[in-house]
Design a protein around this ligand. Sequence first.
Ligand SMILES: [Zn+2]
Ligand SMILES: [Zn+2]
Length: 369
Amino acid sequence: MNAVAVNPSREEVMLLECPEPALSGPAQVRVRMREVGLCGTDREIAAFEYGTPPDGEDYLIIGHEGLGEVVEVGTAVESLRPGDLVVPMVRRPCRHEHCYACRAGRQDFCYTGEFTERGIKQAHGFLTETIVEEEAYLAPVPAELREVAVLTEPLTIAEKALAQIGLVQQRLPWACPVGDEVAACRCRAVVLGAGPIGILGAMALRQAGFEVFVYSRNPPDDPRAKLIESLGATYLFSEAVSLDKLAGRVGNIDVVYEATGAAQVSFQLMETLGVNGVFVLTGVPGRKGPVKIEAARIMRNLVLKNQVVLGTVNAGRVDFEAAIRDLGVFLGRWPHALRGLITGRHPISRYRELLQDKPRGIKNVIRLH
Ligand SMILES: [Zn+2]
Ligand SMILES: [Zn+2]
């Protein structure tokens, strides 16, 4: 079978011929991959900035945004049957007994850093024809989500962020009664960036009851602007609304969802965060030089406005399940916008240009079966 792999020591990106994996335990599932989405992480791995092969191997099969179909199940597998659609999770726990996060099944909060991640860190990924995976790391997907379920993994970022925003906002019991779905604290959210993470974040925040503003450097005639407005969100072009005018335009900014990985603009935006605001960082900046920030102003605001800044990476099983549920909701509410996020479906033979040329469109997907 074919797989797309990188050899970091030789700086090679290649289409690899490798044997089909077979079940080696009763709790395992063999999955035929249908689609794999590509993102900036894959492009960074293909540029050898990132990405580690499994121990003892010299190459890493990439791909971490997968959708597949079960073809075979081990004798102990209870929840899945051949024909079921599944999305595989990315991170696997570390082995340390004292890592409470991994032992609790929340390896997305791993303390030791010795987790593995399929397609990224010391474990092969999903950009291949067939994988074998433990039942515990596969999230079942209803058949009616077949055309959009490849967006599950990128949506899990927003789901994990929303869960944490909810926890922080419980400190405002007068505005955010626990268990109340659309509460008064669910006010105004600014999403920074209009890539797939930003747009899926905007959808999740809208669905959670926020008034949403997407702040982007893409000009307003970019198709993303229309797509974002179709969600009932407001599109703000960075050249038309400067950051110092943003709070005047939006009002008290209760939440910022950062989805660019750009340090300078993120910290400038932090200066505009409102009273009792939560600032969520999801992007990983490249290794660039230092940026200038207004540290004293940011620190003063953090204290005097009761602000919280939190970073979030990866996602747990609950976030995958929430993402799959929400994709169904989004497909009913904004079918055109959700489908419009996937701007290209390509054969595996185009892997090189998709990984190494300047990205075009919103989300590119490789179709395997
Ligand atoms: Zn990704
Ligand atoms: Zn751990």
